[in-house]
Design a binder for this molecule. Structure first.
Ligand code: HEC
Ligand code: HEC
Ligand code: HEC
Length: 466
């Protein structure tokens, strides 16, 4: 399964590392006099500010060098310390609601591996800090969360704290923090009703200093906030529900908002777009969406089916649609789409009438020779074969990155909800040179995307090497 790849450039990575060591040492220096006892796990979450200092010290006590706490003994402690709320208490309605919410929040993306049982963990999640593995969240007492109470569960989603440890923000509690207690309880009831699976957790493969888990308390203290900034304006019931679906459940910001030095979300650029591993998550602000031709109706179609007149979901967005948004009710699809464009949605930008392609003959000939067989000579695509290039949102992006990467890498075969099935798109990295891909991209951008033909072979070369 495609991971939740995060990206930071090389310079940022090194300064992040240095700054991280400094921050962690500072906290260590403030706490080295005594090793205090870990506090009792709180039954109800306390306000963030009063919680941080005690958690910093307790996490340090548990994981300071020489301490015996390991993942395995931690899990065992968790299994004996809490008395689970019997799932039998849950009504079938609550469990059904929990199932719906778990899909809307896409828990499976990181906790269900391609070959594994539902929620048994093991999904690799690549990041600049190393590889995380989604954990076993089935009700298995030893390996999963069978020993957890509904309070423990809420604290994990809301504060990023498990009974035995501070969690890494690779678990998107930055977003889930906005989830209501009732919704957390429903997801808990649902997870307690799935089959317990005795699969042990895989150890994360992190580089120094990020392998020091207690550093996470510093991170939370600096970056964990009660709300996420909005990318659009509105106050209708649809907009409010959409905000909850996008920010709290769907955690769209985790991929679509750029990140700072420590991997934190850049609060100044909500949904402003971010480069992930290879394919970038595009800018989803209302103006940017409208500039690529999106309307509320077309967004609903995209989230519901994975294919819209503006193109198909691919890269890391494909599992989002496949595992999560396709299951949303029509009302929720409308709300999510309304939230993205705002109550006063900007009008979709039309394509220029007669783009001048007279200087782009080489690109046009390449298009006709290698692409038109699937995407059609006039660029309008072919039903059940390939999407339209004319007005395609990937072609309409100012940043040519996704267009170039799609041409280089191709797109693996994907299933779409309902009747739609398309073949895979082959990669052209071996068949076309950097210069040819640049010519082709420029032709597509000008002819079908209303963009400038400003791609050069250097950009292609860099993306080929990445
Ligand atoms: C983007 C990937 C991602 C998504 C989406 C995600 N998780 Fe996680 N989750 C993780 C990772 C990674 C960990 C391990 C974190 C750690 O070890 O600190 C984790 C840990 C947890 C834990 C702690 C388990 C333990 O044994 O300590 C719980 C509980 C949990 N997730 C529940 C959920 C639920 C419920 C959802 C959906 C509402 C969800 N997660 C969605 C990545 C994710
Ligand atoms: C064998 C058929 C085939 C050929 C040849 C082909 N494509 Fe595609 N292309 C597809 C399919 C199918 C998709 C949608 C895949 C999906 O999302 O599952 C696609 C998707 C794309 C996308 C991503 C846009 C989106 O909305 O999904 C771009 C960009 C693209 N093609 C460009 C090209 C270019 C440029 C060429 C020529 C170098 C080309 N394709 C050749 C079948 C093809
Ligand atoms: C795991 C990372 C990830 C998450 C989470 C994610 N996206 Fe995406 N999204 C992407 C990537 C990568 C693309 C680019 C590929 C494509 O166009 O399908 C994308 C594309 C899109 C597009 C198409 C934009 C365009 O103009 O082509 C929309 C709309 C979108 N995402 C909305 C959302 C919403 C809403 C959510 C939350 C419910 C969300 N995404 C969650 C990674 C993600």
């Amino acid at each position: 399964m495609k991971g939740y790849a995060m990206s930071l450039n090389r310079v940022t990575r090194w300064s992040a590392r240095a700054a991280w060591v400094a921050a962690v040492l500072l906290v260590a220096a403030c706490n080295d006099a005594t090793v205090p006892k870990p506090p009792e796990p709180a039954q109800a979450p306390k306000p963030k500010t009063s919680m941080v200092p005690s958690l910093v010290t307790s996490a340090m006590a548990a994981e300071a060098p020489g301490a015996t706490a390991s993942a395995a003994s931690g899990a065992a402690a968790a299994a004996t310390s809490a008395s689970p709320a019997p799932a039998a208490n849950a009504s079938s309605e609550q469990i059904a609601r929990g199932k719906y919410l778990a899909r809307a929040a896409d828990c499976a993306a990181c906790h269900t591996s391609a070959a594994g049982a539902p929620f048994a963990g093991g999904v690799p999640l690549k990041s600049p800090f190393g590889t995380f593995y989604g954990t076993n969240i089935t009700p298995d007492k030893t390996n999963g969360i069978g020993g957890w109470t509904a309070d423990d569960f809420y604290r994990a989603l809301h504060d990023g704290v498990a009974p035995d440890k501070a969690l890494y923000p690779a678990m998107p509690y930055t977003s889930y923090r906005q989830m209501t207690r009732a919704d957390s309880d429903a997801i808990y009831a649902y997870l307690m009703s799935v089959k317990p699976i005795a699969v042990p957790n895989r150890k994360h493969d992190l580089s120094f200093p990020y392998n020091m888990r207690f550093g996470m308390r510093v991170w939370d203290w600096m970056f964990l906030k009660d709300t996420l900034p909005d990318a659009s304006k509105g106050q209708s019931a649809d907009w409010l529900r959409g905000r909850y679906l996008a920010n709290a459940l769907g955690h769209c910001a985790e991929c679509h908002t750029p990140r700072g030095t420590f991997g934190q979300l850049d609060k100044a650029k909500p949904l402003g777009g971010a480069a992930l591993a290879r394919i970038a998550a595009p800018d989803l602000t209302p103006e940017a969406l409208a500039a690529r031709g999106w309307t509320v109706k077309d967004l609903q179609t995209f989230f519901g089916t994975g294919i819209a007149p503006q193109g198909s979901a691919f890269g890391e967005m494909y599992p989002v649609v496949h595992l999560s948004t396709q299951y949303l009710t029509p009302d929720d699809l409308r709300s999510l789409s309304t939230y993205l464009l705002g109550d006063a949605a900007p009008a979709p930008k039309p394509l220029p009438d007669n783009p001048d392609t007279s200087k782009l003959t080489a690109g046009r000939n390449l298009y006709l020779a290698v692409c038109a067989g699937c995407h059609a000579a006039d660029g309008t695509g072919k039903p059940h074969v390939a999407v339209s290039m004319l007005g395609n949102s990937t072609v309409r992006q100012k940043d040519p990155r996704n267009l170039i990467v799609a041409i280089l890498d191709g797109i693996e075969p994907q299933k779409f909800p309902g009747l739609e099935a398309m073949q895979d798109m082959p990669g052209f990295d071996r068949r076309l040179t950097d210069a040819q891909i640049a010519e082709l991209s420029n032709y597509l951008r000008v002819a079908y995307g209303g963009q400038a033909g400003d791609v050069n072979s250097e950009i292609v070369k860099q993306l080929r090497q990445k």
